[in-house]
Write a protein that binds this ligand. Structure first.
Ligand SMILES: *Cc1c(COP(=O)(O)O)cnc(C)c1O
Length: 501
């Protein structure tokens, strides 16, 4: 299978080439030329498969320049019991007297966020792709993070031969625990730099560096090639499709649904990567009734799904769900391409408008197509806080601030629509990562104010009965190894000095 650009670049690429490049030469995103299907036989066989086996099967349909057994070798390592526990992505019924709601816990990996699922896999795909394509340059992973990508990518690529990794995070735009996790990262090839500004500044800066031809040539001369670990990289997105397939198969296995029975999937959304993976699962044949796209107060996607107008010209809010504080959701470009039946001219024009004016509007037909499947909604911090308490009271589950955005929007959707389909909630982070906000929700506003992060983590563990994950323990006693703070204008210079000295 070949990969093409959403913006119409005439060349085609193998999966391995697309993974190495990260972004298409014309600035578009790579998409598969056609979307593979899961056969009835696949689904039947999957009922006897573990998650790593299912992942290898799903991936083999997209990355056909790898064999399924090679992929299985990688998924076995990426999702090992040592790193994830026995069940890497447990699907848990929310409470015993309601068989409608299920939580898909995606945060049992090394950094306690769903991004680990893809970022434990991407390094395997990247190194194998380099080897197979005979690439002899050093690869530098360049990434902007709203908090969780950074640490997950650092852990995935740390000390991986032939790679460097540079992570830019916005000052103040990430939670204390997220920041501590990043700046205490060890490893000889890891670089973590704070950028004055918000996530979009950091992401735009990174995209500019990728698009700067001269600079990239200068780096190539120095023996370095840039690539991305953001969800703009297909090798980062594809592994996420597997856990939505897994959810469906798991519900079949547990006899909660009949074969072919459609489910809803609720995804707390920022860059639109995770929910797009759910969309690909649907296109492969997983029956999905609604995809519920949950936003926080930065509700650009919610407005888009109701009006068809994508408008980033608005105030930016820092919320208690910082990994979703995003105004430019990059992966929407892939959905637009698919939903317009591959109209790359149109997609390119919209993206140019977004770039120059900060706004574009899709035609009524495209909007209608999206509205048939997607439901948008948003919740502010007060709503999120209430929802955390409500879910805890109702079910004894403590969910993190991001996952709570999903619950908040679903609850209102469910009341309004009367839609009784079985529903899977993507739970995207461990509540320990956002312990201050979660404890405020459970004990009252301002509760966390004079407490240390360690204290709050302990209390959360007592309250929830959950064990404190290794990755979160003793965060503030680890040595701080990364102290650089720069302005967004200086990002390119920083990359130059790190890579070329
Ligand atoms: C990254 C992240 C999100 C948003 O996911 P996207 O793929 O960017 O839409 C939601 N919740 C958490 C905890 C995250 O880390």
């Amino acid at each position: 299978m070949k990969y093409i650009s959403t913006r119409g670049y005439e060349g085609k690429f193998t999966a391995q080439e697309a993974i190495i490049l990260g972004i298409a030469p014309d600035g578009g995103l790579f998409v598969p030329e056609s979307i593979p299907s899961l056969t009835d036989e696949d689904i039947e066989q999957m009922k006897n498969m573990r998650f790593c086996e299912m992942s290898a099967r799903v991936l083999s349909k997209y990355l056909d320049d790898f064999s399924e057994s090679e992929l299985l070798e990688y998924t076995r390592e990426a999702y090992s019991e040592e790193k994830w526990g026995e069940d890497p992505v447990p699907l848990v019924q929310l409470n015993s007297y309601n068989d409608r709601e299920y939580i898909l816990e995606l945060w049992h990996g090394p950094t306690c966020a769903f991004k680990d699922v893809a970022l434990q896999m991407l390094p395997h795909l990247m190194t194998a792709s380099l080897k197979k394509t005979g690439e002899n340059k050093k690869i530098c992973i360049l990434t902007a993070t709203s908090g969780d990508t950074g640490k997950a990518a650092l852990e995935g690529f740390k000390d991986l031969p032939g790679t460097e990794i540079i992570v830019f995070y916005p000052t103040g735009g990430v939670s204390e625990a997220q920041k501590l996790q990043m700046i205490t990262t060890t490893g000889d090839n890891t670089h973590v730099v704070a950028v004055n500004g918000c996530f979009d500044d950091a992401q735009t800066g990174v995209k500019k560096i990728f698009a700067d031809k001269e600079f990239n040539e200068e780096l190539l001369k120095g023996g370095v090639k840039l690539s991305s670990a953001n969800s703009i990289n297909w090798g980062r997105l594809a592994p996420q499709i597997a856990y939505y397939v897994y959810s469906y198969v798991e519900l079949l296995r547990q006899e909660k649904i009949e074969k072919g029975e459609a489910i809803n999937i609720v995804v707390p959304t920022g860059n639109f990567g995770n929910i797009l993976a759910a969309w690909f699962a649907k296109q492969m044949g997983i029956p999905v009734h609604r995809l519920i796209c949950a936003s926080n107060k930065n509700k650009v996607l919610c407005d888009f799904f109701s009006s068809g107008k994508y408008d980033r010209n608005r105030d930016f809010y820092k919320t208690t769900s910082p990994s979703m504080d995003i105004l430019i959701s990059s992966n929407l470009e892939r959905l637009l391409f698919e939903i317009t039946d591959g109209n790359s001219e149109q997609v390119k024009a919209w993206m140019q408008e977004l770039n120059s004016e900060g706004v574009y509007k899709v035609d009524p037909q495209t909007l209608k197509r999206m509205q048939m499947l997607f439901v948008g909604g948003f919740a502010d911090d007060t709503g999120v806080s209430k929802t955390i308490l409500d879910v805890y009271d109702r079910t004894d589950n403590v969910v993190d601030t991001h996952t709570a955005v999903g619950f908040n929007i679903y609850n209102r959707y469910h009341q309004r629509s009367g839609d009784e389909c079985k529903t899977v909630f993507a739970s995207t982070a461990s509540p320990f990562k956002f312990a201050p906000s979660v404890m405020d929700a459970l004990r009252g506003d301002g509760y966390s104010k004079d407490k240390s992060i360690e204290e709050l983590i302990e209390e959360l563990s007592d309250e929830s009965g959950l064990q404190i994950p290794e990755a979160i323990k003793n965060l503030s006693s680890k040595p701080i190894l990364h102290k650089d703070v720069i302005d967004k204008e200086d990002m390119e210079a920083k990359v130059r000095s790190i890579l070329l000295g």
